[in-house]
Ligand binder design. Structure first.
Ligand SMILES: Cc1cc2nc3c(=O)[nH]c(=O)nc-3n(C[C@H](O)[C@H](O)[C@H](O)COP(=O)(O)OP(=O)(O)OC[C@H]3O[C@@H](n4cnc5c(N)ncnc54)[C@H](O)[C@@H]3O)c2cc1C
Length: 396
């Protein structure tokens, strides 16, 4: 007989995760064709490959063009957020560049430093920045009239989303285990459950962007208007061609320039806090109300673009003349804004036993944190089974 001590209580079993369910059932569903849904689809396939299992992913969304993800700037930094987890997710995502490289889109992601400008002392900087911060004199860089402090973050990334997003979609479309339905609009949670049941899916990841609340029946997410004025790169725009320039004073009236090397343009933003409750998804049925909503958002975006041109032109002298041109393209999107990022499995009673996860509220930092969030979504515990495992270990 062994003399080893017998533990008084056996350790509770770790709960099964959505990834466990996916690998066992060899199937899952993903809803959303923005950066969150796209990367969840990618990491599911990577996990399947590493476990030597073929997993069929049903990937459905009602638009891949008119998403916040294709309309973003975008650079790598969490900003305009009060979610304390952002820094950790930004750091983790920074280390996941190889995910993009394996998908064959690494060339669309470029290294770019970031220059933060401010009149505040000490100068506020976002969490989880990827490089050393070097204090500089704004006057030496031509910003002396508007700012007293400057800090250069020596490492960073920019993404050129209008080129990156289609490339990510094309990459996944080549995978025969991914069944894409690019014109599927879901009305509500019942619709999602019926879709899942028909395909025998036990796990579904919902990453529906700004309209996630409209779809899942809550009001925790609003659409926060983001507007970009696109300026062609040119030698006279100096450092704006190569580095991100960000006004750190005015979180509520963000002013920035973000180069998009894959497009040869500089995205000039940003935006006052203009939000829309319960927004329509981009592929919703085209009713009069939806048409009115789209026109309203487009009108607000045009107003916003005028303010951006005036504000950025006044604060960033090298951009002034270029922003006066009447020929500049303007795009806008609704960022999924919530008090904090939503990462949860819906109560199974509400979903007839199908495990439906919501990944939402990525706000103004979705491109920055999506790789890490995709991994966390896979690791979400299945609620009922977690309770069963604890009860079983306690001998109930
Ligand atoms: C101007 C601008 C600048 C930005 N700059 C940055 C930046 O510099 N750095 C950064 O990290 N982030 C930035 N962002 C934020 C970033 O773009 C978002 O956080 C991110 O794209 C959100 O991704 P998502 O996948 O959650 O949503 P989305 O990209 O909006 O995708 C949602 C998807 O769900 C689908 N869907 C929704 N409802 C339904 C339904 N009922 N049925 C079927 N499908 C549905 C949609 O069709 C779409 O495919 C910026 C955004 C904007 C607009």
């Amino acid at each position: 007989m062994s003399n080893l001590p017998v533990p008084e209580h056996s350790e509770p079993l770790p709960p099964r995760t959505l990834l466990d369910v996916t690998l066992e059932s060899k199937k899952c569903g993903v809803i959303g064709g923005g950066i969150a849904g796209t990367l969840i689809t990618a990491v599911v396939q990577e996990a399947a490959l590493s476990h030597g299992v073929d997993v069929q992913t049903h990937w459905a969304f009602d638009s891949k063009e008119n998403t916040a993800s294709t309309r973003a700037g975008a650079y790598h930094a969490p900003f305009n957020t009060s979610d304390p987890r952002m820094g950790e997710w930004a750091t983790k995502s920074w280390s996941m560049l190889d995910l993009y490289e394996r998908m064959g889109v690494g060339h669309l992601i470029n290294e770019a430093k970031t220059l933060y400008l401010s009149n505040l002392t000490p100068m506020p900087l976002p969490q989880g920045l990827p490089g050393a911060v070097v204090e500089m004199n704004p006057a030496d860089l031509g910003f002396g009239a508007n700012y007293v402090n400057a800090a250069l973050v020596e490492r960073g990334r920019v993404f050129s989303p209008p080129a990156l997003m289609p490339a990510l979609h094309s990459s996944l479309a080549q995978n025969q285990n991914i069944l894409v339905d690019s014109q599927r609009h879901f009305r509500d949670i019942e619709d999602i459950v019926a879709w899942a049941r028909k395909r025998d899916l036990q796990a579904v990841f919902v990453a529906a962007g700004a309209s996630s609340g409209t779809l899942l029946g809550h009001e925790r997410i609003v659409g926060s208007l983001g507007v970009l004025v696109h300026v062609p790169m040119a030698p006279e725009l100096g450092l704006h061609n190569d580095i991100v320039v960000m006004d750190e004073d005015h979180d509520e009236t963000l002013s920035y320039t973000i180069p998009a090397p894959a497009l040869g343009t500089i995205g000039v933003g940003g935006t006052v806090h203009r939000t829309f409750d319960l927004p329509y998804s981009p592929g919703a049925e085209y009713t009069d109300d939806f048409k009115y909503f789209n026109e309203w958002v487009a009108y607000e975006a045009q107003q916003e673009a005028k303010l951006i041109r005036a504000r950025v032109g006044a604060r960033f002298p090298l951009m002034r003349e270029a922003l006066a041109s009447s020929k500049l393209k303007v795009t806008h999107g609704l960022r999924p804004h919530a008090a904090e990022v939503i990462l949860r499995v819906l109560p199974p009673q509400a979903t007839g036993g199908v495990f439906v996860a919501e990944i939402g509220g990525l706000g103004g930092s979705g491109i920055t944190i999506a790789p890490a969030l995709a991994l966390e979504a896979l690791g979400l515990p299945c609620p009922i089974e977690a309770e069963e495992a604890v009860a079983e270990a306690a001998g109930e």
